[in-house]
Design a protein around this ligand. Structure first.
Ligand code: AMP
Length: 426
C-alpha cells in the first residue's frame, strides 16, 4: 500500500509548530483588538473574478482556480483584501467610517515551494477603510511594530516606499496603466532592466533608472534626494511629500525604519500610495507588508473610499522567532492523568476525570488498560504533572491518591478538595 504525503507545497503543522502558530495568532488578535479592529471571517473560496480583479498578474497566475460543481469559476483566496473590499461594498457598506476590520487565516498561492515560501500559509490582515490620511497609514505600520514586539522579535525594521512616485512619473510620461502594472511587477522582482525595456521613451527610462540611485543614508535623506530628483513631476512630488508625513509620524513613535526605497514596488496591483515591508536581519524575505489602496473599493462598485491595510506572514514570523531564539510563552495549566487501580474502579475513575475537566483542568484518562506502574511511567515521560489514582480503599473514605509525577511524591486528597488543591499547587 502506498503511504500518503501532503501535496507538494502543503505542510502538516505537528503539535509544537501548531502551538507556535496558535500563539502567534493569539498575539495577532490581541494586537488588532488593541488598535480597535473587529474580526471578520470570510470564506476561503471566493469567485475568481473578485480575487483576480486587482491582484496583479503574478498572483493571478498562481491562484488555485477551479470550477465548483455548479460550474462557477472559483479560487482559494490568495490574500484577504479583495474579500474585505467586497464586504465594504456590501454588508459593511453603511458602517460608519473609519472601519477597522481584521482577519486571520490561511491563504493559498501556487508559489515555488522553498524556505519561507509555501502554497498554503497563514496571514493576519488588518484593513482601515475610509481614511486617507498619513495617520491612517502610520497606524498600519505602528500596529505591525506592536505585533512583532508582542511576539518577542527584535531588530526588525521597516522598508518604505510610495507607489505614487513611479506611477506619477509613468503617468506624466504617458505610459498606459497596463504597461505601468507590468513595469511595477518586474520592479517588485528587482528585474529593473526588463522593467525599463517596457518603457518606450528614452527620457522616461532615464528618469526611472536615476530614481534607483537616490537612496541616502537614512529615510529622511532618501526622501530629500527623491524630492529634488522628481522636481517638476507634480504627482511624484506629492507622493514624496506624503511619504515624508508618514515617515515623521512613525519615527516619532519610535518605530524602526531601515530606509525608504526610491523604486520600491509590490506585486499586488491595487496599491495607490505608501507601501511597506518589514524584515529582520537574519532573513531576507519579508515578514509582512501592506500599503494604501484608494481605488479598490470603487472598482468593486462601491463609493470612492480611501483605504489602507497590512498582511502579516505568520509562518515567516514563526520562522523568525525560531531564528532569534524567542520562546513561545503559553500559560499551560497543569496536566493530569486519572488511573483506576483495577477494572472495578473504572466507572468511578471516569466520573472523577469528568469532574476535574468540569473544573477546567486538562485530564487524560488511562485508556490502554495498563498496570498502574506502566501508566505512571508513561505519563511521567510525557511530562504529565499529576496522576490521580482511584482505589477502593481511599474512595470509601471519599479520597483519592494524588501523585506528583516528577517529584515521585504522593498524598491522599479528599475528592471535594481535589481540583482546588491541584490548581493551587505551584
Ligand atoms: P502579500 O499579501 O504578498 O503582501 O504578503 C504579505 C506577507 O505574507 C509577506 O510579507 C510574507 O510574510 C507572507 N507571504 C507571502 N507569500 C508567502 C508564501 N508563499 N509563503 C509564506 N508566506 C508568504
Amino acid at each position: 500500500m502506498p503511504t500518503f504525503q501532503p501535496v507538494r507545497g502543503m505542510r502538516d503543522l505537528l503539535p509544537e509548530d501548531a502551538e507556535t502558530l496558535n500563539y502567534i495568532v493569539c498575539k495577532a488578535r490581541e494586537t488588532a483588538k488593541c488598535y480597535g479592529y473587529k474580526e471578520v471571517i470570510t470564506p476561503i473560496v471566493e469567485s475568481y473574478d473578485l480575487l483576480s480583479a486587482k491582484a496583479g498578474e503574478e498572483i493571478r497566475q498562481r491562484m488555485f482556480t477551479f470550477k465548483d460543481l455548479g460550474d462557477r469559476t472559483v479560487a482559494l483566496r490568495p490574500e484577504f483584501t479583495a474579500s474585505i473590499a467586497r464586504l465594504a461594498t456590501t454588508a459593511l457598506k453603511n458602517e460608519p467610517k473609519p472601519l477597522r476590520v481584521f482577519s486571520v487565516g490561511s491563504v493559498y498561492r501556487y508559489d515555488e515551494p522553498q524556505r519561507g515560501r509555501y502554497r498554503e500559509f497563514w496571514q493576519s490582515n488588518c484593513e482601515l477603510i475610509g481614511a486617507g490620511t498619513a495617520e491612517a497609514d502610520a497606524e498600519m505600520i505602528l500596529l505591525t511594530n506592536s505585533f512583532l514586539k508582542n511576539v518577542g522579535l527584535r531588530n526588525y525594521a521597516f522598508k518604505l516606499g510610495h507607489i505614487g512616485v513611479i506611477r506619477g512619473i509613468l503617468t506624466e510620461e504617458g505610459v498606459d496603466e497596463k504597461t505601468q502594472n507590468s513595469v511595477l511587477q518586474l520592479m517588485d522582482k528587482k528585474e529593473y532592466d526588463e522593467a525599463f525595456k517596457l518603457v518606450k521613451h528614452e527620457s522616461c527610462r532615464k528618469i526611472l533608472q536615476g530614481l534607483l540611485e537616490q537612496k541616502g543614508e537614512t529615510g529622511f535623506e532618501t526622501l530629500k534626494n527623491m524630492k529634488y530628483y522628481v522636481k517638476g513631476h507634480e504627482k511624484a512630488e506629492a507622493a514624496v511629500d506624503n511619504l515624508l508625513d508618514i515617515l515623521v509620524l512613525v519615527t516619532q513613535s519610535e518605530c524602526p525604519v531601515e530606509n525608504v526605497e526610491p523604486a520600491f514596488a509590490r506585486g499586488l496591483e491595487y496599491y495607490t500610495g505608501v507601501i511597506f515591508e518589514v524584515y529582520i536581519p537574519e532573513l531576507d524575505i519579508a515578514l509582512g507588508g501592506g500599503g494604501r489602496y484608494d481605488r479598490l473599493i470603487e472598482s468593486f462598485g462601491g463609493a470612492q473610499t480611501p483605504a489602507t491595510g497590512v498582511a502579516h506572514g505568520l509562518d515567516r514570523i514563526a520562522m523568525a522567532m525560531q531564528m532569534q531564539g524567542v520562546q513561545v510563552r503559553t500559560v499551560e495549566g497543569k496536566r493530569l492523568v486519572v488511573v483506576s487501580v483495577n477494572e472495578l474502579m473504572k466507572v468511578e475513575a471516569l466520573r472523577i476525570a469528568e469532574r476535574l475537566r468540569d473544573a477546567g483542568l486538562s485530564v487524560e484518562f488511562e485508556v490502554m488498560g495498563r498496570k498502574i506502574s506502566k501508566a505512571l511511567e508513561d505519563a511521567d515521560k510525557r511530562k504529565v504533572d499529576y496522576a490521580v489514582i482511584v482505589g477502593k480503599r481511599e474512595l470509601n473514605e471519599g479520597k483519592v491518591v494524588v501523585r506528583e509525577l516528577h517529584k515521585r511524591e504522593q498524598t491522599t486528597v479528599a475528592l471535594e478538595e481535589l481540583a482546588d488543591k491541584i490548581k493551587g499547587a505551584t
